[in-house]
Ligand binder design. Structure first.
Ligand SMILES: [Zn+2]
Length: 224
């Protein structure tokens, strides 16, 4: 039985951890467009030269090229013995990409089984991501929730002051989150209309979030 899934979730919702755990448990291949591009460049193919030119000029690899690589990868994976499905990581990000993915899967006589959406409150994400503090001298990283320094605001190693990097500040996190929501909202609507969207509450510790995702996937498999 084949299971093709997309994972959606804001930065800090633990999407990477959950997707990895689910991929291991259900023997699914994880496909990310970043990995695809890197692998293609490393292969030295005709396309690799084109990709290298685009990236060295600071450009973004267009949807058409990504789709071409994705289709080749999915075809190869689906022909492997014991193929049991794919988790798409970081793709699609837009409606045109979602349509393209559907076309590719149809050509390969495959389909998307579900889009798993990890819901996480802004408050939780800000709390999770803004807990990171860095030593101003030795750059040691602390997490005020999971790995706090012995004395608040002071490095255990050299006694120097800890500071928050721009990326770890609540305001920066909130801005990134707003950007994510704006970009992903249409995608959530798109998959909701297709009755593929399965959301669960990700405002829980990582182990519980993984368990919730696994339970959800078990129920999808039962319904197949
Ligand atoms: Zn230090």
């Amino acid at each position: 039985m084949v299971l093709n899934l997309i994972f959606l979730g804001p930065p800090g919702a633990g999407k990477g951890t959950v997707a990895q755990a689910v991929a291991d448990k259900f023997s699914l291949a994880q496909v990310s467009t970043g990995d695809l591009i890197r692998a293609e460049v490393a292969s030295g193919s005709e396309l690799a030269k084109e990709l290298q030119e685009i990236m060295s000029s600071g450009g973004l690899v267009g949807d058409e090229l990504v789709a071409k690589m994705l289709e080749a990868k999915l075809k190869a994976l689906s022909e492997e013995e014991g193929f049991s499905g794919i988790i798409f990581d970081g793709f699609p990000r837009t409606i045109p990409q979602a349509n393209e993915l559907e076309n590719i899967l149809t050509r390969l006589e495959q389909k998307l089984d579900a889009v798993i959406n990890i819901e996480s409150s802004e408050e939780n994400i800000v709390k999770r991501l803004s807990s990171r503090w860095t030593c101003s001298k030795c750059k040691q990283i602390y997490n005020t929730v999971t790995n706090p320094p012995k004395v608040e605001g002071v490095c255990d190693i050299d006694g120097e002051a800890l500071f928050q990097r721009e990326d770890d500040k609540p305001d920066t996190i909130r801005a990134r989150l707003a950007q994510y929501n704006e970009k992903t909202a249409p995608l959530i609507e798109f998959y909701k209309e297709k009755e593929l969207l399965k959301s669960y509450d990700g405002n829980v510790p990582p182990a519980e979030s993984i368990a919730a995702a696994e339970k959800l996937i078990e129920s999808i498999k039962e319904g197949q």
